[in-house]
Structure formats: structure tokens, C-alpha cells
Design a protein around this ligand. Structure first.
Ligand code: UD1
Ligand code: MG
Length: 463
């Protein structure tokens, strides 16, 4: 089986410079979902018809293993779009799936079931179907093509677009889901014989159904499992609704695999995220990119994880951000921590409030619990980084690295000027400026002497 995805339209109702199919749902373009669902429907020979914004669409999907066809006039209509890809299927003696690029909810399972349906009809009824159309009943069918059937059967006689429908046809609640499978030789003949709509001047793909019927081939309806599956995204509001549906499906998927989500309606989760049982996610969390969270970890309110790896038993406390970094098992970050640029927080380490860690390796059991900046640093096991410590990694021109050994103590408000090495079991007194290496077990102090003038304080206050 081959598939054609229609993604050339102007998307006028979106009111956007950007092509409609590139608008994002949970961090991925709408068209990514359609391509992924088609592949999950076990079809790998895929053509995408591009037109409006063709170059940007092609660029985004150049590594998806799909072929591109150009629709010269993206106002030509959906049948004109299919005709633009005629070289893809005109000499093919088989079935072709056609799906609108704005239908991201049609699942791979449904696509497989539609193929199975054609096969069953052929096996048990001995009929070769001209086509199958995915349909659903909608409470409010406004905007969708209406399915006109031979009464009492699932044989579709024609599909009528809303603009061309009579009042009786408009009252029909069974609608066209914009996903079809047609027998290629009869499809190509139909495409060359249909006429433009007298109302819009467009060539409608939906008109091939009547032609195929008139030729004596049956076109049957195939009911979507859930009515939401067929929702098309024509406006920004529909984009929001569909994004919400996809998100809830993802959350349900992980919930069924043992993850707890508190107030799931407030949580953002992207399709490439993976979670293990007994993970707990609190309200307002964003799980982005290829984030992985392993068993027994807790992600606190308002935290954002992007391409993060969180191993077993970690705590990401409230309002923390972890980007492109790993937290090893039983480590704790936050509240209000920021970990970024390939940092590693090793087992049992604790990174506390208002601590930023950038491109650094923080060893096992290290504690940096308040107000620090750790940049381009490697810190050995069990070292303590006091409040307000800053690793100055930048001299205005270049970045440099710092190395701190194991079991060291860096007192509060010290400034560690890179490049520098601080040894094992060494002690940097609070408020020191460290601009030379400190050997193992040494004490480093740089501090102007403190003067104490007896009773002078009270005198100043009395003035
Ligand atoms: C279409 C169907 C309608 C169905 C609905 C389901 C037609 C005529 N109507 O209406 O019966 O109920 O989908 O969502 O097919 N496109 C092109 N080239 C064009 C025009 C459109 O590639 O010249 C692409 C668009 O990018 C889009 C898809 O085809 O991805 C559907 O086009 P759209 O304008 O959204 O059709 P609907 O009005 O939604
Ligand atoms: Mg549409």
C-alpha cells in the first residue's frame, strides 16, 4: 500500500505566514503526527504533496523518508493536490491511502483497520471495493463534507461539501474524516473526469466517490473508533483543542503504565518523552523533547525538563529547570534550580535553591544548596559548595574550566577563577578569591583583616 498526504493548501483560516502543517502540537509540527500515524499504519511508501511554503515543509521533513510532489496551484483543491502526485501511483495496481495533512488524530491502528476492512470484504464478499472513507458522526457537522449513503447500507453514494449541500444534506451528521483508501487505477480515472466545484472553482477529492460509484465500484464507510479521531485542524482554536486531546492521550498512555499525574490538565508532555512506573508528576510540569524519567522519581510543580535524563529515585523540586542534562539516581535538585548544557548531577548530590549548573560534572554526594553558579566545573565526591559560591568561567573572551577534588569544602561567597584546580580535602575559607591552584589538604584564605573597635558601633548608631 502507498500513501499520499495532502499538505499543500493555503490554510487561509489559520491566518498565518507559516504553512498550516508546520504549526506545532506539543513541540512537533502537525504534519509529523500524520506521517508518524501513517507509518504506524504500516505504510512506508509515502508521498507528501506540498505547495504553499513548499521549501520550508520539505526542509523540515527531508529525513523522514517520504517523497515530495509539488502542487503548482495550492488553491486547486484536494483532487488537484492528488493529481499533482499522479506519477506516484498512476501505474500502480493497488490501493492508495489518502489523508489530509491537517488530520493528526487519525491513528495508525485505524489506518491498519481500514486496510484490513478492504481485505475482509474481498475475502468474504468477493467484491473489490473502489474505496473506503473514514467517517464519524458529529453532533455539529459544520464545515465537514457530508456522507450521502444508500439507505440502510454502509455504501456511500457521494460526499457533499458543505458549500454545495442542500439543507437536507446539511442536516446529515455523518461526516467525511478526510482519510480514504482508493483503488489506484479507478482513482486516477475518476480524478481526470471530475469537474471543478461551481461554487469555489476547486477540484474536490470528495467528488471522486460519486464517479467511482457511477462506474459500478462500491465505496464503503469505515467508522472511526472515537469521533474525535477525524477532527481536522482548520483554525488556531482547533489546533488548541487537538493539542489538548493528543496530550491527554499521552498522559493516559503513561498513567496506564504506572505513572501518577496530579491535575493532568495542567501538565505538558511531548510524544518522545518516556516515563517509568511509580514516577509522580505534579501540576504545571513540562516534559519536553526526549526526556526520560526513571522509577520512583518525583517531578515537582512548575518544573521544566527538556531532553533530560532523570534516573531512579530523584527529586526535582518545585520550579526547577533541567535541560540536556542528567540527574543520576537519588539526586535532588531545586526548588528553583537550573541545570543545563550537558551537566551531570551524580548520585545523591543535592543542588538547591537558586543554583545554576552549566556544563559541569557534579560528583556523588556533592552539596551545593544555595545561590551558586557552577559553570564549566568538575567537582569531586562529597565536596561542599557553600552559599553564593561563583565559578567565574569567563574572562570576557574565553571560557575556562575548574576542577575541585573530593571531600573539599568551598566556603560561602568564594570566587573560583578558572582555569584553576582545587585539591582533595582542601578547605577554601568563606569569601576567598581563588585564582591559583590549591593543593590537596591545604587551607586557602584570602580575606582582608577584620578590625574590631570596642563600643564604636553604638556611638555611630546614637548620632
Ligand atoms: C476536507 C474535505 C471535507 C472533509 C474535511 C475533513 C475536500 C474537498 N473536503 O475539507 O469533506 O470533511 O477535509 O477534515 O476534500 N490541500 C492541498 N491542496 C489544496 C487544498 C487543500 O494540499 O488545493 C490540503 C490542505 O493542506 C489540507 C488538506 O488538503 O491538509 C485538506 O484541505 P482543507 O482545505 O483543510 O479541507 P477541508 O475544508 O477541511
Ligand atoms: Mg481541513
Amino acid at each position: 500500500m502507498k500513501a499520499i498526504i495532502l499538505a499543500a493548501g493555503l490554510g487561509t483560516r489559520f491566518k498565518s505566514k507559516k504553512p498550516k502543517v508546520l504549526h506545532e502540537i506539543l513541540g512537533k509540527p502537525m504534519l509529523w503526527y500524520v506521517i508518524t500515524n501513517v507509518k504506524n499504519g504500516r505504510i512506508n511508501d509515502i508521498a507528501v504533496v506540498v505547495g504553499h511554503g513548499a521549501e520550508v515543509v520539505k526542509k523540515r521533513f527531508e529525513n523522514e523518508g517520504v517523497k515530495f510532489f509539488h502542487q503548482k496551484n495550492p488553491k486547486g483543491g484536494t483532487a488537484h493536490a492528488v493529481l499533482s502526485a499522479k506519477d506516484f501511483f498512476s501505474s500502480y495496481d493497488g490501493y492508495v491511502l489518502i489523508i489530509n495533512g491537517d488530520s493528526p488524530l487519525v491513528s495508525g491502528e485505524t489506518i491498519r483497520n481500514m486496510q484490513q476492512f478492504i481485505h475482509m470484504v474481498q475475502t468474504y464478499e468477493g467484491i473489490k471495493l473502489g474505496g473506503v472513507v473514514l467517517t464519524s458522526y458529529l453532533q455539529d457537522p459544520t464545515g465537514y463534507g457530508r456522507i450521502v449513503k444508500e439507505p440502510g447500507t454502509d455504501r456511500i453514494l457521494k460526499i457533499v461539501e458543505e458549500k454545495d449541500a442542500t439543507p437536507e444534506e446539511r442536516a446529515i451528521q455523518e461526516v467525511n474524516g478526510g482519510t480514504y483508501i482508493f483503488y489506484a487505477p479507478i482513482l486516477i480515472e475518476a480524478l481526470f473526469n471530475i469537474k471543478p466545484s461551481p461554487v469555489t472553482g476547486e477540484l474536490y477529492l470528495t467528488d471522486v466517490v460519486k464517479y467511482i460509484n457511477d462506474k459500478g465500484y462500491e465505496v464503503r464507510s469505515f467508522m472511526a473508533k472515537e469521533p474525535t479521531e477525524i477532527l481536522g485542524v482548520n483554525t488556531r482554536w482547533e489546533l488548541s483543542l487537538v493539542e489538548n486531546i493528543i496530550k491527554l492521550k499521552l498522559i493516559r498512555y503513561w498513567a496506564e503504565r504506572g505513572v501518577t499525574f496530579h491535575f493532568p490538565e495542567t501538565i505538558w508532555i511531548e510524544p518522545d518523552v518516556s516515563l517509568e512506573p511509580d514516577v509522580e508528576v505534579y501540576p504545571g510540569v513540562m516534559l519536553k523533547g526526549k526526556t526520560k524519567v526513571k522509577r520512583d522519581s518525583v517531578i515537582g510543580t512548575g518544573s521544566v525538563l527538556k531532553d533530560a535524563v532523570v534516573e531512579e529515585g530523584c527529586e526535582v523540586r518545585e520550579y526547577s529547570i533541567v535541560e540536556e542534562s542528567s540527574l543520576k539516581s537519588s539526586s535532588i535538585v531545586g526548588p528553583f534550580a537550573r541545570i543545563r548544557n550537558n551537566s551531570i548531577i551524580d548520585e545523591r548530590a543535592e543542588i538547591g535553591n537558586f543554583v545554576e549548573v552549566k556544563k559541569s560534572n557534579v560528583g556523588k554526594g556533592v552539596k551545593a544548596k544555595h545561590l551558586a553558579y557552577i559553570g564549566d566545573a568538575t567537582i569531586g565526591e562529597n565536596t561542599n559548595v557553600g552559599a553564593g559560591v561563583v565559578f567565574a568561567n569567563y574572562d570576557g573572551k574565553k571560557k575556562y574550566e575548574s576542577f575541585v577534588g573530593q571531600n573539599a569544602f568551598i566556603g560561602s561567597n568564594s570566587l573560583i577563577i578558572a582555569p584553576v584546580k582545587i585539591g582533595n580535602w582542601s578547605y577554601v575559607a568563606g569569601g576567598s578569591v581563588v585564582n591559583k591552584d590549591v593543593p590537596d589538604e591545604a587551607l586557602a584564605v584570602s580575606r582582608p583583616g577584620l578590625k574590631i573597635l570596642e563600643r564604636k558601633g553604638r556611638k555611630l548608631l546614637d548620632k
